[in-house]
Design a protein around this ligand. Structure first.
Ligand SMILES: Nc1ncnc2c1ncn2[C@@H]1O[C@H](COP(=O)(O)OP(=O)(O)O)[C@@H](O)[C@H]1O
Ligand SMILES: [Mg+2]
Length: 466
């Protein structure tokens, strides 16, 4: 992409309505524009990052054997009356009447709709286990939408639903989600800690929220600092291996880590004092096993091995896709702007031409651009007729992790400058060497994508192909 042909409406001034850094930077970098309270238009740069995040979520869900689909945003009230939640949901639900006077709603979540789909087409235990998911816009009429995309009214969520014959199988599905979430967040450059959450009226220990530590987080959290040393990395793990998934759950949840809703001073006191931490966190996802709550209310049963009907065990698992942009920026920025982790960056590398219109620098910049593209990169070339300072400021603001600067002085010696956005360290090298280096940096990310796409033809993926 050439900046002269892009749509990047950066703001010079800090918008007064934005109180936290991610909101400010998203507005300043021309990523979003508020359409009305808690509802945003995604401008090209913001949309690009949103798509990158969505792609990682898809890849890791498919890798775990979960099956993508898409349900509508508008739902009929009838199903919600069946589950008993139409009245319970309260004012957060946006209720609509169609021209025939029928009660409709803008879905805040999809348990009812998915259970209806399941019960109308799955009748035998032989079709289990099954996990269906989608990434779709949700609407919740929050009392206080704030912090930009962090607490919106309209927001993008991945929500997945598992259907299993037994509680034991459903807990394996729970563990599988936990593992896939660890992978998902790490690929985005985030550390998201699974913390014991409140099971709500259904109760039980089987819910964890994933929290990114940040001062601006809305949740108060308490944890054993040893947990922050854990990382999943690029372990090979067979998602069908119950014991292996259970071991990951134990590894990541055996230390004390809870939100204020489940915090227990007595249990916290058992953590060595020098490792006790209280902080704030941003909830970027939640997994939940809720047993037969919806399957019983809505008659989602399958015929068991003995021929008798049994209600299926279910769970639902959410990732706050649009909120993640805010969370990533909260975790990764400096005074000059955003610093995108390589896994989600909107462009792999920026090119700054220090003297636009100069034949040699124009030619060298064009050649670099083409070479990066030939290496599978997507560069953003600042080809505007602007001062160098303004070009650097824009690049820093929008946060591309790598920048190549092309100027007449360097070119005389056959070099360009490669700069790391995070460290600010610059290195001079031949243009082709810079391209090679950038390609090398992104190689592991491209490798992860390829690996995620390789699926075993097992029982779970069977569902994908029929
Ligand atoms: N109003 C919102 N704006 C943006 N993201 C949200 C909002 N509400 C929930 N999310 C995201 O969706 C994920 C799954 O939603 P859920 O756990 O049902 O929400 P909540 O914890 O608010 O009840 C949350 O972990 C969060 O990341
Ligand atoms: Mg939640």
């Amino acid at each position: 992409m050439r900046l002269s042909r892009y749509f990047l409406p950066v703001l010079k001034d800090t918008p007064a309505e934005a109180t936290i850094v991610s909101h400010r930077l998203m507005l300043r970098a021309g990523m979003i524009k508020q359409a009305s309270a808690g509802i945003y238009s995604w401008l090209p740069l913001g949309y690009k990052v949103l798509q990158n995040i969505e792609k990682i979520v898809h890849e890791e869900q498919v890798r775990a054997g979960h099956v993508p689909m898409l349900m509508p945003t508008i739902q009929s009230a009838d199903l919600w009356r069946e589950s008993g939640r139409y009245d319970d949901y309260g004012q957060e639900m946006l209720r609509i009447k169609d021209r025939h006077g029928r009660d409709m709603l803008f879905g805040p979540t999809n348990e009812e709709l998915i259970t209806d789909i399941f019960r109308s087409s799955v009748s035998s235990y032989k079709d289990l286990p099954l996990t269906l998911y989608h990434i779709q816009w949700k609407f919740r009429d929050e009392v206080r939408p704030r912090f930009g995309v962090m607490r919106g009214r309209e927001f993008l969520m991945k929500d997945g639903y598992n259907f299993d014959l037994t509680k034991e199988d459903a807990l394996h599905s729970y563990n599988r989600h936990l593992v896939s979430y660890l992978r998902t967040y790490e690929r985005m450059g985030l550390q998201a800690i699974p913390m014991r959450a409140d099971g709500g009226p259904i109760g039980g220990d089987y819910t964890h929220e994933f929290l990114v530590l940040a001062d601006t987080g809305e949740s108060e959290v308490f944890y054993d600092s040893a947990i922050t040393d854990l990382s999943f990395g690029d372990r090979a793990l067979d998602y069908d291996d119950h014991a292996a998934c259970q071991a990951v759950l134990e590894e990541f949840t055996s230390r004390y880590a809870r939100t204020d809703e489940t915090h227990d001073e007595a249990a916290f006191a058992d953590v060595p004092e020098d490792r006790r931490r209280s902080a704030r966190g941003i909830e970027v996802g939640q997994i939940f096993y809720f047993g037969t709550k919806y399957s019983e209310a809505m008659g989602a049963t399958v015929q068991g091995p003995d021929g008798k009907p049994v209600p299926v065990h279910m769970g639902s698992h959410g990732i706050g896709v649009s909120r993640l942009l805010g969370a990533i920026i909260e975790a990764s920025h400096d005074d000059n702007g955003i610093i995108w982790p390589e896994g989600v960056t909107p462009f792999h590398c920026g090119i700054v031409n220090l003297r636009q219109g100069d034949e040699a620098t124009d030619k060298a910049s064009e050649a670099l651009y083409k070479s990066l593209v030939a290496h599978g990169m997507e560069p953003l070339y600042d080809d505007r007729d602007e001062r160098a300072g303004a070009k650097f400021a824009t690049m820093d603001l929008i946060g591309l992790p790598w920048r190549i600067t092309v100027g007449p002085r360097g070119l005389k010696n056959g070099v360009v400058e490669l700069t790391n956005r995070r460290t600010g360290v610059s290195e001079e090298m031949a243009p082709e060497q810079a391209v090679e280096k950038v390609a090398e940096i992104y190689a592991p990310h491209h490798e992860t994508v390829r690996a995620a796409m390789v699926q075993p033809m097992d029982k779970r993926s069977f569902h994908t192909w029929i």
